[in-house]
Ligand binder design. Structure first.
Ligand SMILES: Cc1ncc(COP(=O)(O)O)c(C=O)c1O
Length: 503
């Protein structure tokens, strides 16, 4: 046998009877029992001990290998428990295994089999290159250094003291009731959403809320509309549901439904970001909101209202949600704390219409498992105690100031480019002349430590006019903005194609 499995590495440390089968120190030889098990397994899988062969008795093998009989008995028992060998009255035999080597057959010469991916895997394209949340001008990153961490720590500690040990178990799949109630109260007051806590489903950020809308309201092959340029997270959710995505153009009034589209491509789902279209910053006009609601109702479609940046409006009265515009609007209202607080807790939500919430309760119970319970309880307290509202107020003032600084810098350094977006949010979008390759520009900017995104990266269909920069100011101080924009303009100037002189 020793010719087949080779000698074991004996040391003073591993010699003792009954040494455990454990993961050994990489430097020291493993316990003898573990070595013996591995050698026998390798010999069986490699075909050197073919199916049916009789292994030596424990007495013989122990003498041959220089180990205690008990070590061999335990090794044989382990191999029998996993199915490498079978023991009967005549002794211990190698089991018939399906591996070619174990059957003594040579390995096949053909190439290893190709991995069969689902078709939808190929529908995703990389867009996140050169985005770094720590760098100035990154869109979608809030002022992380201004978050009131001390208050958040207190809320977390409170939730641990009060909720332990029960909150260490599984929670309600739709989320902690205290948080659902706190969100509903906030949305009624701040966003005009008509809802109760029982309609709010807590999700893993807005992204899971979008995925959930797809799972609850569509079947593969259904048509879903999306703004173009638009939020790729929504496209990703539609891809996952094998939906047929139909892009809809965006103008200064937000999503503009192509004429005849309701008949030609009747949708099941429509994704829109009415408060601050991402990335153009347009506010969906009330006429279009009403039309979308009426037509969606007529053809049995659901509108996903992603209230992106809805909390950050710096001029005039806040624009209330589309969900609350009319009674029983066919709207699934999606929100997230990734921007109003910070992204790490991954807490978002969807507000379902009341009748739907009751209807899908059982399905949600099976589909979701809840999670982040301590953070959810802390967030409920953070909201109820007024900390969340105070933080939003501070951030509104900060972002208003930063937006103003960015506008001034853009007007000075990009005087001939159009600035898109109103008095909302955490980014401005700059439409640039077609001669400038925005993807190349963001790469050069990245090399200088700046991280805006290319507007063309948000286009779902290639078309003219989506050449530009999406410039975040949430994470960039007012003082940093002017020099950063100057750097961008110098980089862009270096890329402009010289105009041909007229003859
Ligand atoms: C348009 C839009 N909606 C929602 C979100 C929030 O997503 P999440 O809550 O998954 O972080 C983002 C994040 O960048 C976004 O750009």
């Amino acid at each position: 046998m020793i010719e087949i499995i080779g000698p074991l590495a004996h040391t003073a440390a591993n010699r003792g009877v009954g040494a455990g089968v454990g993961i050994g120190d990489a430097q020291k030889p493993a316990p003898l029992q573990k070595q013996l098990i591995e050698r026998l397994q390798q010999a069986i899988l490699g075909g050197r001990l073919p199916a049916g062969s009789l292994l030596p008795s424990s007495r013989l093998l122990s003498a041959e290998m220089g180990v205690s009989r008990n070590t061999v008995v335990i090794a044989y028992e382990h191999l029998a428990a996993v199915g490498y060998v079978v023991a009967d009255k005549k002794g211990t035999r190698v089991s018939p295994l399906s591996s070619r080597a174990a059957r003594g057959e040579p390995p096949p010469r053909s190439a290893p089999p190709k991995v069969a991916y689902a078709a939808r895997v190929g529908q995703f394209t990389a867009t996140r290159t050169h985005v770094d949340a720590a760098l100035p001008l990154t869109p979608g990153t809030p002022a992380l250094d201004r978050f009131p961490l001390a208050a958040w720590r207190r809320a977390l500690e409170r939730s641990m003291e009060r909720a332990l040990p029960l909150a260490l178990g599984y929670g309600t799949p739709a989320g902690e009731p205290a948080l659902r109630d706190a969100i509903a109260a906030h949305l009624r007051m701040a966003r005009g959403v008509r809802c109760e806590g029982s309609q709010v489903v807590i999700t893993e950020g807005a992204q899971e809320a979008l995925n959930l809308c797809v799972r609850l309201f569509t079947n593969p092959g259904d048509v879903a509309w999306i703004e173009d340029p638009g939020y790729r997270g929504a496209k990703a959710a539609f891809n996952q549901g094998d939906l047929t995505t139909v892009p809809m153009p965006v103008d200064v009034e937000g999503m503009s439904v192509r004429s005849g589209a309701w008949r030609a491509h009747p949708p099941k789902l429509i994704y829109t970001s009415p408060a601050h279209q991402y990335p153009t910053g347009a506010v969906l006009s009330v006429a279009r909101r009403l039309e979308l609601i009426a037509e969606a109702r007529r053809c049995g479609a659901w509108l996903i209202e992603d209230d992106y940046d809805g909390e950050f409006r710096y001029a005039g009265e806040p624009i209330a949600s589309m969900q609350g515009l009319v009674d029983d609007a066919p709207v699934l209202y999606v929100g997230s704390f990734s921007k109003t607080m910070f992204p790490a807790p991954r807490i978002g939500f969807v507000v379902l219409p009341q009748a739907i919430a009751a209807h899908v309760e059982v399905a949600l119970y099976e589909m979701l498992r809840g999670g982040h319970r301590l953070e959810q309880l802390a967030l409920a307290h953070f909201m109820e105690s007024g900390e969340f509202g105070r933080h939003l107020g501070r951030m509104r003032r900060l972002y208003r100031e930063r937006q103003q600084a960015l506008r001034e810098a853009l007007s000075e350094h990009f005087a001939s480019s159009e600035i898109l977006g109103g008095d909302c949010g955490m980014h401005l979008t700059l439409r640039m002349p077609p001669g400038i390759d925005d993807q190349a520009l963001i790469q050069r900017a990245f090399a200088k430590g700046l991280s805006p995104r290319a507007l063309s990266g948000f286009a779902l269909e290639p078309h003219a006019g989506t050449n530009g920069l999406v410039i975040g100011y949430g994470n960039t101080s007012a003082e940093e903005l002017a020099p950063a924009v100057r750097t961008l303009s110098e980089l862009a100037a270096g890329m402009e194609k010289p105009r041909r002189r007229r003859a």
